[in-house]
Design a protein around this ligand. Structure first.
Ligand code: PLP
Length: 392
């Protein structure tokens, strides 16, 4: 293929675009990860990460993808045979469940239609019935990247509290952290799982666990084998600014810059920006006469919008036409949504014009792919953005 002018539009729901500032921060010689410069970097960084998670407790950083951080959350707290409750909110919840099965947890999966978030009412009833406290953990995906549905974690917390149940609460914030309001301490979360390539605007390669005292205590007497993922080894080394094995040094320089960028904008403004772009996107989808997959307005994702295709239209053909004609990547339908939806990512380092370029690419692509739709989505989004100027 001949060279294509201009920047590729990467509008998948992560990995998200890496800001030039972050790229430049990583583009430097490697340093001694056992030397004083690294020690200072890591100590500062581990402290700077805490407000991003809304915690004053420890956050550990693994050189891993998000899947590794899922595993770390399980092996550091639970034992084979432990009963856990999970919610079938979409493909990522299904994959975390598959991992839990492989690690011999006894998973009680609350089934779902992939169009709504985790059901707090059902959870409360389940926990209230569990008088002997067999359920050891409740595991929820905050932002389901496969569906564009954001579960309401405060309601999940309330359900656990109302049932007066001691289960641990573990939350996957892989595609919400740094894009959606999140409060590990205030919401009583025991393990928050996250990673680098979404709201933190970095390449894949860092996995995170924010850990409560209760989760740390559970790890003192649980019975799962662990070595690489062991929090104890990690926390012992982190206390002096080091890691028990080679850290992803240059990614950490990038992380420092990414956190500085989030702080310069202000986390509250970052969240408001995501909300605003998500609303503009939904207005475009509605104006096109198409359907947003998420059925519950209180659970619309600020991070991505999954767009349902009319019966008989293959969403992947539409995506392929858009890539071919306009050099833009949109997210594919995952699992049982394959071919039925495409996903517009509106997370990370984006502004009004990035979003408008994206929506223009989709509207032009719908025409190229001959998808039955109405014109005017771009106009509806523009009208919304013009009438709702940015947070100061
Ligand atoms: N959980 C969610 C919600 C995700 O979106 C993803 C990846 O996109 C994962 C887990 C898995 O993360 P990774 O691909 O970094 O292992």
């Amino acid at each position: 293929m001949s060279r294509r002018a201009g920047r590729h539009f990467l509008q998948i729901p992560g990995p998200s675009n890496i800001p030039d500032r972050v790229l430049r921060a990583m583009d430097r010689p490697i340093i001694d990860h056992r030397g004083p410069e690294f020690g200072r970097l890591a100590k500062d960084l581990l402290a700077d990460l805490q407000p991003v998670f809304g915690t004053s407790g420890p956050v550990v950083v693994f050189p891993s993808s998000g899947t590794g951080a899922w595993e770390a959350a399980i092996v550091n707290t639970l034992s084979p045979g432990d009963k856990v409750v999970m919610f079938e909110t979409g493909q990522f919840a299904a994959l975390w469940k598959k991992m839990a099965d492989k690690l011999n947890l006894d998973v009680d999966l609350v089934s779902g239609d992939w169009r709504r978030g985790a059901d707090a009412g059902l959870l409360e009833a389940k926990l209230a019935e569990d008088k002997s406290h067999k359920i050891k953990a409740v595991m929820v995906v905050h932002n389901e990247t496969s569906t564009g549905v954001t579960s309401r974690i405060p309601l999940i917390r309330q359900a656990i509290d109302k049932a007066r149940h001691p289960a641990l609460l573990m939350v996957d914030t892989i595609s919400s952290l740094g894009s959606v309001d999140y409060r590990h301490d205030e919401w009583g979360v025991d393990v928050t799982v996250s990673c680098s390539q979404k709201g933190l605007m970095l390449p894949p390669g860092l996995g995170f666990n924010a850990i409560s005292d209760k989760a740390l205590a559970a790890g003192q007497h649980n019975d799962m084998h662990r070595s690489y993922w062991d929090w104890e080894d990690m926390l012992k080394s982190n206390a002096t600014g080091f890691f028990p094995y080679s850290p992803a040094t240059n990614m950490l320089f990038g992380l420092k810059e990414a956190i500085a960028m989030l702080n310069e904008e202000g986390l509250a403004n970052v969240f408001a920006r995501h909300d605003r772009h998500a609303e503009a996107t939904r207005r475009a989808v509605t104006a096109w006469g198409l359907e947003v997959l998420c059925l519950e307005p209180a659970e619309y994702s600020p991070v991505l919008t999954a767009v349902l295709m009319p019966e008989g239209v293959d969403a992947d053909k539409v995506r392929a036409a858009i890539l071919d004609r306009f050099d833009m990547s949109l997210g594919t339908g995952l699992g049982k949504l394959a071919g039925k939806v495409f996903r517009i990512g509106h997370l990370g380092d984006i502004n009004d014009l990035t979003l408008m370029g994206t929506l223009a690419g989709v509207e032009m692509g719908l025409a190229v792919a001959q998808v039955p739709h109405k014109r005017g989505g771009v106009q509806a989004a523009m009208d919304y953005l013009a009438g709702n100027s940015r947070a100061a």
